[in-house]
Write a protein that binds this ligand. Structure first.
Ligand code: 7TS
Length: 417
């Protein structure tokens, strides 16, 4: 296949065509056609380095952690804690004890809602969210609202899907106790101005939780530079295993917060009368964790840093621009989300076909995209639509993938046109 002249294959010191070789699944077929995977925002595919790291754990280095006095358990513990250190460096967090392993972003947000929220928030206190949020950053706060009587305030977005920062500044008031905001919208790709969000909140002494699920795969994240109080992401969107994720929290918050779950590993001593809790991070890691998952996530971080995150970002931005231009030539296609700053996520609707029909026709062509509300129903409502078709690009996507998407959409028009 010839590469479109509009996109130099290796303009950024990054070779996506070579990187594709690292992902065995990209050699598979769907409906007898080569798989064109355009759903990395839902979950990214795994490079061989991650698959091998997980396999190595189970074949050679597996035992339970933090408890065995024997060599094998010590080795596994060292690998698990080594992964924590890799995450610390990846986020540029000051200390490894500020990195909590959780099941994913969803659990990380629920942890903050149930621990920080129940301990420190009371009736009438306010939390600010945005219209861009994934349900994972809405529902945990509603559960907290049902228990405590807090009030949720929502920052609107403009027609391009950009956060209305002036409205945000106005929502901040003396009752605001927390801001919980996405870094990148999963549904439409908008990148939010995290520096401004944090600065304005901190001017009022309000802590900020950032949902970084869709940011970490696409850009360098530095929690000290952002100065955010909490940052969450899921391993599976970062080319790592599913069932493992990260909650970064400033030590001063994590130390003040009560445990989220009780069980093994999170205690120092237990009697029937009284339990002394362990230090952070262990206080928040009750029970046997996803050991191989954490180690696999560490391998994913090594892999990405080997390729270069700025280089990956430049490549994905080039693919995004190529796709935006290419799809603008599809008759009746309307992009949803046209923010100036976007991650490589492209949502759209066609005036002649429902997104689910678009997804089904594309599937027949081997092209995997996500259709639906993307767990962001309030955002769909904002745009007056029930659903979109969404193509999301990872480091392994190329202009040929965009061409396959465009060809599939032409087929949709033939059928529904
Ligand atoms: N926050 C954002 C911004 C997300 O995109 C997602 C998942 C979550 C939280 C929840 O992550 P989890 O790993 O705990 O489930 N987003 C998507 C998506 O866009 N398509 O499928 C899942």
């Amino acid at each position: 296949m010839t590469k479109p002249a509009t996109l130099d294959p290796r303009p950024h010191g990054f070779d996506a065509w070579r990187a594709r070789e690292d992902f065995p699944i990209l050699k598979t077929e769907a409906h007898g056609k080569p798989l064109v995977y355009l759903d990395s925002a839902a979950s990214a595919q795994k490079p061989r380095a991650v698959i091998e790291a997980v396999r190595h754990v189970y074949e050679a280095e597996y035992a339970n952690i933090h408890r065995g006095v024997y060599e094998l358990s010590e080795k596994t513990t060292a690998a698990f804690e080594g992964a924590r250190e890799k995450v610390r460096a990846f986020l540029n967090a000051p200390e490894a004890r500020e990195i909590l392993f959780v099941r994913g972003a969803t659990e990380g947000i629920n942890l903050v809602a149930q621990s920080f929220g129940r301990a420190f928030l009371k009736e009438g206190d306010e939390i600010i969210l945005s219209a861009l949020e994934h349900h994972s950053n809405i529902v945990p706060w509603q559960l907290l609202r049902d228990i405590t009587g807090i009030v949720l305030r929502v920052v609107p977005v403009n027609n391009a899907g950009e956060l209305e920062i002036d409205a945000y500044a106005e929502l901040l008031n003396t009752r605001t106790r927390l801001v919980a905001m996405t870094h990148v919208s999963n549904a439409i790709g908008t990148v939010t101005p995290i520096h401004d969000i944090v600065r304005l909140a901190h001017e009022r002494g309000v802590p900020v939780l950032v949902d970084g699920c869709q940011a970490v795969p696409h850009q360098k994240v530095d929690v000290q530079d952002f100065d955010c109080d909490f940052y969450v992401f899921s391993g599976h969107k970062l080319y790592g295993p599913s069932g493992i994720g990260v909650l970064y929290g400033k030590a001063k918050h994590l130390e003040a917060m009560p445990p989220y779950q009780g069980g093994g590993d999170m205690i120092r001593s237990v009697t029937f009368e009284k339990t002394d809790y362990n230090v952070i991070p262990h206080k928040f890691e009750a029970g046997t964790p996803h050991i191989a998952g954490a180690i696999g996530l560490g391998a994913a971080i090594d892999y990405l840093e080997g390729l270069g995150i700025p280089e990956i970002m430049a490549h994905e931005q080039a693919v995004l621009h190529y796709a935006t231009e290419r799809l603008s030539r599809i008759r009746g296609l309307r992009p949803i989300g046209t923010a100036r700053e976007k991650a490589s996520i492209l949502s759209f609707v066609l005036d002649r076909a429902h997104p689910h029909d678009v997804g089904t026709v594309l599937d027949g062509e081997g092209v995997a995209i996500r259709t639906g509300h993307h767990c962001a129903q309030p955002l769909m409502e904002r745009f007056g639509i029930p659903a979109t078709a969404r193509a999301s690009f990872g480091l392994y996507n190329t202009p040929e993938d965009v061409d396959a998407l465009a060809a599939g959409l032409e087929k949709v028009l033939e059928i529904f046109g």
